[in-house]
Design a binder for this molecule. Sequence first.
Ligand SMILES: Cc1cc2nc3c(=O)[nH]c(=O)nc-3n(C[C@H](O)[C@H](O)[C@H](O)COP(=O)(O)O)c2cc1C
Length: 185
Amino acid sequence: MATILSVSGSPSATSRTERLLRHLDHRLTAQGHKVTALDVRTLPADALLGADFRDPAIVEATALFERAEGVVIGTPVYKAAYSGLLKSLLDLLPQHALDGKIVLPLATGGTTAHVLAIDYALRPVLSSMGAVHILPGWFTLDKDITVDDDGTLSVAPDAAEGLVQVTDRFSAALGGRTTLLAAAG
Ligand SMILES: Cc1cc2nc3c(=O)[nH]c(=O)nc-3n(C[C@H](O)[C@H](O)[C@H](O)COP(=O)(O)O)c2cc1C
């Protein structure tokens, strides 16, 4: 069992990225991990924009990174890269905040033209922060994620299969149980 921090970098109050991550959190929990969710949008904007390293919420977020063995980083694609909100938090963390950690990068976006944003934009940043192992990530099209009125999330079958694969690979890298669970859709 590993300690996992699951970070959503979307500023949206109705974020598909965030919903998707929370859905995957359940899968990781079922595989024996202790998962903590962190939605960057809930952190104080003045601390993020004013680079206030000493704000208690930023200190606590930094401690969550320190304690985690595995980190899921989820972001919407904005202007062909990751969100500015996510970057505002990463910029406040110590340079080697991901030292020795296993990282799973995930993105959602509106067009497959930016399916490689994880690799050309996010991965180098995570690498510069010391991540020991950045697993292959997964890009999910926003139209493939549906949230019903009751909050139930569904993912189109092909996307769901890819998400299950990368999530289970992440879990296995962290020593999670190799339980056979239903697809993430
Ligand atoms: C300001 C803005 C910029 C965006 N830029 C892109 C982009 O460059 N490429 C892309 O594929 N999608 C882009 N999108 C679409 C979002 O990435 C997509 O809808 C994503 O799933 C939103 O995630 P969220 O609901 O978690 O915020 C953009 C959306 C917004 C609001």
